[in-house]
Design a protein around this ligand. Structure first.
Ligand code: PLP
Length: 428
């Protein structure tokens, strides 16, 4: 599928039916798979042959959908997970365990911030958060001898900062570690982080990839370029025999292209079991089939809404990298030349109180803990998704208490602007 353009891959990637086989990806709703002899099965357990034995680890429906996303991102291997949280946890924990350290952008999704700073801290993983705007000197200073990964989001949720992927990748590589990029908001339609040096890409597929608010899920994609063996002392999990898996050395057996995902499947899926159900993978694929049609429309609506808000007297600040005056416009022109995403954030004159009055009066945009689907929705991060963060942490992440995050759906942009107009009028 790699020779085809993304529009074609969205529709047909990952699965090519044979003669007389189902046109749509079949839902293999089976926990297990039958074999004629225990020798056949043994080879699967030894990872000597490809095949399925238990859907906690791998399932053909999930693999077909993962292969489609892998092709869209231009990666070499991919796996679905039960959620975006599981994808980011696995991507990090696959190489950062007790005693290791992560350098992460401070402007990341609240759930990931919490995962790294609280839950992974309990597992003995340290983190240093750096501003997504950090210069090379600040970036270099964040690394420690035990640093094992750099983590950021292409477009941060909800701060909407744009990551300088190439610069962050170079910093990671100077220190012999991979860059992991959560590409949820941009999607591979608008940005392919591997082309800028990222090594691992993750998504919460719950957002645009599903796109209809129907299915929680995640994906991890390996770009296949990071040379684990060249930094073997840093990555013993990939570069020395795994005694829990018949003495396999993943980086030797599966190479740069396959080691990361194979280890992640064989160890982390086996032990944590955060697999996606085949039924959910099927829904996810329905979303994928129109991703390339939906994303430009989300961006068109968000651009119109951002321009409207910017010109409105009751709005003090609009964050949308598609606006020429936005702090991230230059980075967006480099990394997101075809558009960024459908999410706009803005601050109202009158802070938290004004935000609450405004949101109460919206008729089309509903108040939801969600973004990035067909229906326009909004929320006030400080009182919802980010309520576990202190004011200082909120400020560091670029999220003032009175910020409203608005996710523009696929409705008419004229109707959306009319709805915003009347809700803004309700603020006195
Ligand atoms: C929503 C989101 C996540 C978490 O994904 P879930 O599917 O909700 O677990 C991670 N990263 C980003 C950027 C997100 O927007």
């Amino acid at each position: 599928m790699s020779k085809y353009r993304c529009e074609t891959v969205c529709v047909q990637g990952g699965y090519t039916p044979g003669n007389g086989e189902p046109r749509q990806i079949p839902i293999i709703q089976s926990t297990t798979f039958k074999y004629a002899t225990s020798e056949d099965m043994g080879k699967l357990f030894d990872l000597e042959t490809n095949g399925y034995f238990y859907s906690r680890l791998q399932n053909p429906t999930c693999d077909a959908v993962a292969a489609k996303i892998c092709a869209l991102e231009g990666g070499t291997a991919a796996m679905l997970t039960s959620s975006g949280q599981a994808a980011n946890f696995f991507a990090l924990f696959n190489i950062c365990t007790n005693g290791c350290h992560i350098v992460a952008s401070s402007g990341i999704y609240g759930g990931t911030f919490n995962l790294i700073s609280v839950t992974m801290a309990k597992m003995g993983v340290e983190v240093t958060f750096v501003s997504p705007d950090a210069d090379d000197e600040e970036l270099d200073a964040a690394f420690q001898p035990n640093t094992r990964a750099v983590f950021g989001e292409t477009i941060a949720n909800p701060a909407l900062t744009v990551l300088d992927i190439e610069r962050f990748a170079k910093a990671a590589h100077r220190h012999g570690v991979p860059l992991i990029v959560d590409n949820t908001f941009a999607t591979p339609i608008n940005c392919r982080p591997f082309e800028w040096g990222a090594d691992i890409v993750t998504h919460s597929t719950t957002k645009y990839i599903d796109g209809h608010g129907s299915t929680v899920g995640g994906v991890i994609v390996d770009g296949g370029k990071f040379d684990w063996m060249a930094h073997a002392e840093k990555f013993p999990g990939l570069c020395t025999p795994d005694e829990s898996y018949h003495g396999i050395t993943y980086a030797q057996r599966f190479g740069k292209e396959g080691a990361f995902i194979t280890k992640c499947t064989a160890q982390l899926m086996r032990d944590f079991g955060s697999s996606q159900s085949p039924q959910n993978a099927f829904y996810l694929n329905l979303g994928l089939e129109s991703l390339h049609v939906r994303i430009p429309r989300h961006c068109e609506n968000a651009q119109a809404v951002a321009e409207f808000l910017e010109a409105h007297p009751k709005v003090t600040q609009v964050n949308y990298c598609g606006l020429p005056g936005d702090k991230y416009h230059a980075l967006a022109e480099k990394y997101l030349p075809h558009g960024s995403c459908g999410v706009v954030s803005f601050e109202l004159n009158g802070g938290r109180d004004a935000a609450q009055i405004f949101m109460k009066h919206l008729k089309l945009a509903s108040i939801e803990t969600h973004v990035a689907d067909a229906h326009t929705c909004c929320l006030n991060p400080a009182t919802s998704t980010h309520r576990q963060m202190t004011d200082a942490q909120l400020a560091a992440a670029g999220i003032p208490a009175g910020l409203v995050r608005l996710s523009c759906g696929l409705e008419s942009k004229e109707d959306l602007i009319a709805d915003l107009t009347q809700a803004l009028e309700a603020i006195d």
